[in-house]
Design a protein around this ligand. Structure first.
Ligand code: CA
Ligand code: CA
Ligand code: CA
Length: 172
């Protein structure tokens, strides 16, 4: 049995811990100066590794019709991981079955770009094949974790949960 099928079949309630809301009020932090790579993937599953400079990793360009799981590694420097644009979150059509897995997110310098039309929460994902801090879109907008909510990303290298601050978020 494929590991990914296990993840896809799990519901949000089965695998995550306590949820905490992401603060999305206020202005975006000032731009990172990009002096490294801009890597762009497809709506299929991609794996990308950026440079030791400040990079932009765009694992998808749109919401996919099939399950895409992108594996993103920023390397050193300050990196921006793009999880959505003005119109949509890219990983919000297949529940637990589509997400970006970020292997080296450093909250002291890296950022996530999120679609601003939604609210988000984080919760620890504790699944045999996937361990880390999950970023979820509150798809039904009820402020609670529920089956309809969408896993967008997993910050997977951390043994303890990552506390995302406003300056880790670029809302567009
Ligand atoms: Ca992709
Ligand atoms: Ca980098
Ligand atoms: Ca998803």
């Amino acid at each position: 049995m494929a590991v990914w099928e296990n993840t896809a079949e799990s519901s949000v309630e089965q695998i995550v811990g306590e949820a905490s809301s992401l603060i999305s009020d206020g202005a975006n932090p000032s731009d990172i100066t990009i002096d490294g790579d801009v890597l762009t993937g497809s709506t299929y599953s991609d794996s990308m590794i950026a440079s030791d400079q400040n990079d932009v990793l765009i694992g998808s360009i749109a919401k996919a019709q099939s399950q895409q799981r992108d594996l993103l590694t920023g390397g050193g420097g300050r990196d921006l991981f793009v999880l959505g644009n003005k119109d949509q979150s890219f990983y919000s059509s297949q529940g637990m079955g589509d997400y970006a897995q970020i292997t080296d997110f450093d909250p002291t310098q890296d950022r996530l770009q999120l679609h601003s039309g939604s609210s988000y929460f984080t919760a620890q994902v504790n699944h045999p094949s996937l361990l880390g801090t999950g970023v979820f879109q509150d798809s039904d907008g009820n402020g609670l974790m529920s089956t309809n909510d969408e896993l967008i990303a997993v910050l997977s290298h951390q043994n303890s949960s990552v506390e995302l601050q406003r300056n880790n978020l670029q809302l567009v």
